[in-house]
Design a protein around this ligand. Structure first.
Ligand SMILES: C[S@@+](CC[C@H](N)C(=O)[O-])C[C@H]1O[C@@H](n2cnc3c(N)ncnc32)[C@H](O)[C@@H]1O
Length: 198
């Protein structure tokens, strides 16, 4: 952890200053799964198979998820095999396409929660009780564990530009994440280092 005086890191995405929908859509991030979606949809079109026919054959109403960008999802192997047979086996091998899908997934911003952890807009964690020397803004370790595990993978680097008591960086150590931390207060910095070394 490095002590940084009067510096802070700001990461922001460029916002459109125009109200035109065209300019706004130009600022949007590209759809990451587009090559896969395009492969599926173009093969479907060149094979002359309608979405309705695919849904009938697959016994579900998932065509919007496989052929449109909104809420796109990778078809299961069984559904893929069904549509590939209808396309005269023009699709790539499932394993090949699935590897491409996994590679894109790994590059995407991670967010992993289960029904057993809080992930709605309001999170309920007990605040840290006062103790001598407590940082006035110390966040509960349990809360930081939740944030770090939901939004990063083991081995990832987590940046905390306001380390304070060190709850976030401690959660990182516990959960196998690397971290970069900044803290301008010498006493706070020393407190966080002590907490990490305990
Ligand atoms: C709200 S507290 C962080 C609390 C922390 N999340 C925790 O659980 O203890 C903000 C901390 O950021 C530090 N800080 C404020 N501005 C800073 C800056 N520009 N660079 C580095 N540290 C800064 C303050 O000294 C303070 O300890």
């Amino acid at each position: 952890m490095a002590a940084v005086r009067n510096h802070c890191v700001v990461i922001s995405r460029k916002q459109s200053t125009s109200s035109s929908p065209k300019a706004a859509s130009a600022c949007r991030l590209p759809f990451a799964f587009e090559p896969i979606r395009l492969h599926l949809d173009q093969t479907r079109k060149t094979s002359g198979v309608s979405r309705k026919q695919i849904e009938q054959a697959c016994g579900c109403q998932m065509s919007g998820h496989w052929f449109d960008r909104s809420q796109w999802s990778m078809p299961s192997r069984a559904h893929y095999d069904t549509m590939n047979a209808m396309f005269g086996n023009r699709l790539k091998a499932y394993d090949e396409l699935f590897s491409e899908y996994k590679a894109v997934k790994l590059q995407q911003r991670h967010f992993a929660v289960t029904k057993d952890v809080p992930f709605t807009n309001v999170w309920d964690f007990k605040p840290v009780q006062w103790y001598p020397g407590k940082h006035p803004c110390e966040k509960p370790l349990e809360l930081m564990r939740h944030i770090v595990s939901a939004s990063s993978r083991p081995g990832d680097v987590v940046l905390d530009t306001f380390v304070g008591s060190g709850s976030t960086v401690l959660a990182c150590v516990e959960l196998g994440r690397r971290f970069v931390g900044c803290e301008m207060g010498q006493a706070e910095y020393a407190g966080a280092v002590n907490r990490l070394s305990a």
